[in-house]
Every structure is written in structure tokens, then in C-alpha cells.
Ligand binder design. Structure first.
Ligand SMILES: Cc1cc2nc3c(=O)[nH]c(=O)nc-3n(C[C@H](O)[C@H](O)[C@H](O)COP(=O)(O)OP(=O)(O)OC[C@H]3O[C@@H](n4cnc5c(N)ncnc54)[C@H](O)[C@@H]3O)c2cc1C
Length: 385
């Protein structure tokens, strides 16, 4: 056991690391936050995130939510179209919830978490890790370094990764017609296109775009001028769904276009003596269901609650106790495997262009559309990843 000045050293600079540091400090733990120096020429993060009810609940407890909500948009309806006649519609009214998700600004989320940490008690910023040794003594090393975690590698923990060969192209758009809180998604085989209703820059008529396309296509899209990109997007919408293209109106870029490589990945171990993995450092999923960060924030929520329970019932154990950490892993593994399997399965179902499969998947969507309890169950899982 380390006779540490700190209970936990949180390593990472993203939303998961910052939420964890804040949540632990609120619970009275002494936290060392090992963050990387800021990038020299940071590019603005143009992504919008769909956050579920559990993530919003955590941000409310961290007192981040009121400021984030001022620029967030509730999703009250969702329309998911297949590449044939398949159409799934979800509404908050039918599901008896006030909203299906909230769309937030990725950059604003990180900025607000960073600002809150400056005033958080018991949190000290320390230099980033070299190897696996925290720069200060701490009982637990919480690794939240994202998918390329060096510390995970230095610990010898394998990261099983399957590259999808697709990139997630993201941008912000202004629309000529209000969105009325409707999120739209098209499974177009091989690409998946989503328009998430948003507030900025034009209240009630802006979108966050997430367009998952094969890598070569992403490179072509990124090389287009703004006008050509808008024309290509408009054409893709008309091809997939002429009626919806009309309803969405004219879309104009209001940000630069950026892209991220997409993969399915999972660390072979999530905890060991004195260390634990959270967020993308532990698991990476396709953004088609908008669940990656939701899973990471659920990791934070679970770890904090497991540590709280252990401190209450077994106060002689320190935060890095392996048995306590295994409880966290047991609680998080199943929801993560379930979400990875769902997103991966959907992706493969729609990646195959053969006509019989196309008919079956679109018929399947119509069957699910008619099954109220199944839709209710699906929404329940998505709200509480
Ligand atoms: C196009 C796209 C759309 C998405 N949409 C959604 C969505 O709608 N909803 C959703 O829930 N999720 C979404 N996601 C997933 C989401 O972006 C990730 O799951 C989330 O960012 C993971 O957060 P993280 O903090 O674990 O990792 P990261 O965001 O990768 O942050 C890790 C940080 O730690 C830093 N770091 C690395 N090594 C060290 C070190 N040694 N010391 C200190 N710092 C270090 C890294 O530089 C990085 O800044 C989307 C992803 C993509 C690509």
C-alpha cells in the first residue's frame, strides 16, 4: 500500500477525466489531476454530443449542467430510416420522458468542466505521467487517457481494436427550416448520416452533423469547398429521403469539417492493483448510437459510487483496493458489451448491400416500429447506458 498524500491520481485531459476528478473531489477524496499540456495549435472541436439521462444527471450533480443546458437542445423526437422502406420513430411523449437526449456542444462541455475544476477543493494539478508512475504518491491511478492511452500500454494491458475503415465526419450546420427537436438518422449502406438538432449558431434551426463514411470518401469530403460539401450533403439527403430533405430545408456549413477514425475496441483488463481504466481508454464504440461518452460518464458515476460504498462499509480499505475495483468492473462490463454489440451489429447489418439482406433489415425495422414495449425497452437502455 502506498502511503499517499492523494487518494486518487486521475490521468487524462478529456471529459471523463475531468468529470471523475470533480466527482471525487465532491465526495471528499484528495485528487491529483495529471493532465497533458494543452496542444500548441488546438483546432475547435466541432462535434455535438447526444447525452443520455444518466450523463445529464451526473453533470447536474457536478453543477455543470445549468451552464451547459443554456446552449443545449432537447431531442423530443427521433426518426431513423433504413436504406429501403424501414423507418423507426421514437417520441419522448410516447416514451413518457421529457426528452430522449440532450444535444450539447463538445467543446463547451470540456471548457465548463475545466473551469469548475479550477475551484474544486482537494484537487491539485500535477504533471502528466511518465511510464506508469504517478508524479505524486496516490493509492489509485485512474486512467482516463482516451483510446491512445500510453499508461495502459505501459502497464502491459492489451487493447483489442477492430478498425471499421470508416471515419466520422462532423460539422455544424444552419438550416433554413426549424428542426422542432427532431433528430434524424439514415442508414444508407455503407454510410450512416445523422443530423442532431442544435441551438448554435441559429436557435431552433441548426444541426450537428455526424456522417460515418468509408475512409476514402471522408478524405474526398474533407477536400471539398464549403459550397461543394453542402451540395454533396444535400444530394445525399435527397437520395436517402426526399421528403425529409424537403423538411430539413437548405443546410449551410457554420463550422469547419473535421473527421475521426472509427473503431470498436476494448481493453483486455480494466483494473489491477492500484489502477483502473475509464472511458475510451477502456472501450471505444461506433458513434452511430451516440453512446461513447455516455458510457464513459457512466463509468465515472459507477466508480465514484463503488468507492463511496466501500469507504462506508470497509473504511480500512484504501481507494486502490483491488477487490473494490473489481466491483466497478463487474458493474460496467455488461452495459459496455451490450452497447458495443448493438452498435457493431447494426453497422454490419447495414453494411451488406445484398438485396435479400436489405429487404430483411428494412422489414425488421418495420416490425420493431410496431412493437411498443420493445421500443420502450430500447429507449430505456439508451437513456441509461
Ligand atoms: C464523430 C464522433 C461523434 C461522437 N458523438 C458522440 C455522442 O453523440 N455521444 C457520446 O456519448 N459520445 C460520442 N462520441 C464519443 C466521444 O467522443 C468519446 O467517447 C469521448 O470523447 C471519450 O472521452 P474520454 O475522456 O474517455 O477520452 P478523450 O476524449 O479521448 O480524452 C482523453 C484525453 O486525455 C489526453 N491524454 C492522453 N494521454 C494522456 C496522459 N498520459 N496524460 C494526460 N492526458 C492524456 C488526450 O490527449 C485526450 O485529451 C463521438 C465520437 C466521435 C468520433
Amino acid at each position: 500500500m502506498v502511503d499517499g498524500a492523494f487518494d486518487v491520481c486521475v490521468s487524462g485531459s478529456g471529459a471523463v477525466a475531468m468529470s471523475l476528478a470533480l466527482a471525487l473531489s465532491a465526495e471528499g477524496w484528495r485528487v491529483a489531476w495529471a493532465k497533458a499540456p494543452p496542444p500548441v495549435n488546438p483546432r475547435p472541436d466541432v462535434r455535438t454530443y447526444a447525452l443520455n439521462a444518466r450523463a445529464v444527471n451526473l453533470l447536474e450533480r457536478l453543477r455543470i449542467w445549468p451552464s451547459l443546458k443554456a446552449h443545449a437542445t432537447p431531442v423530443t423526437d427521433m426518426a431513423i430510416r433504413g436504406d429501403g422502406e424501414g423507418l423507426l420513430r421514437f417520441s419522448s411523449w410516447a416514451q413518457h420522458v421529457s426528452e430522449l437526449a440532450w444535444i450539447v456542444d463538445a467543446a463547451a462541455l470540456e471548457r465548463l468542466l475545466g473551469e469548475a475544476l479550477r475551484f474544486a477543493p482537494r484537487v491539485e494539478v500535477v504533471p502528466a505521467l511518465q511510464g506508469t508512475t504517478p508524479p505524486v504518491p496516490a493509492h489509485l491511478l485512474a486512467i482516463c487517457e482516451g483510446k491512445h492511452s500510453d499508461t495502459r500500454a505501459a502497464l502491459g494491458v492489451g487493447f483489442d481494436r477492430r478498425d471499421y475503415g470508416h471515419w466520422g465526419v462532423a460539422a455544424r450546420l444552419k438550416a433554413s427550416v426549424p428542426h422542432h427537436g427532431l433528430a434524424r438518422q439514415w442508414f444508407r449502406s455503407p454510410d450512416i448520416l445523422a443530423l442532431l438538432p442544435f441551438q448554435d449558431p441559429q436557435p431552433g434551426a441548426s444541426y450537428g452533423l455526424v456522417w460515418s463514411v468509408p475512409r476514402e470518401r471522408a478524405e474526398q469530403l474533407m477536400a471539398l469547398s464549403p459550397t461543394d460539401f453542402e451540395a454533396t450533403l444535400a444530394q445525399a439527403l435527397r437520395e436517402s429521403d426526399p421528403e425529409a430533405a424537403e423538411q430539413v430545408g437548405t443546410l449551410t456549413l457554420s463550422s469547419e469539417v473535421a473527421a475521426w477514425p472509427l473503431a470498436l475496441a476494448r481493453a483486455q483488463r480494466w483494473s489491477g492493483p492500484g489502477w483502473v481504466l475509464l472511458g475510451d481508454a477502456a472501450h471505444q464504440v461506433h458513434p452511430l448510437a451516440g453512446q461513447g461518452l455516455n458510457l464513459g460518464l457512466a463509468d465515472v458515476d459507477t466508480l465514484v459510487s463503488v468507492l463511496r460504498d466501500a469507504r462506508a462499509t470497509e473504511p480500512w480499505r484504501h481507494a486502490g483496493d483491488e477487490r473494490t475495483l473489481r466491483r466497478y468492473v463487474r458493474q460496467r462490463q455488461w452495459p459496455t458489451v451490450a452497447m458495443s454489440t448493438l452498435t457493431d451489429g447494426l453497422l454490419h447489418l447495414f453494411a451488406d448491400d445484398r438485396a435479400p439482406l436489405k429487404a430483411v433489415r428494412n422489414a425488421g425495422m418495420r416490425v420493431v416500429e410496431g412493437m411498443g414495449p420493445l421500443k420502450h425497452w430500447l429507449v430505456g437502455r439508451a437513456l441509461d447506458a
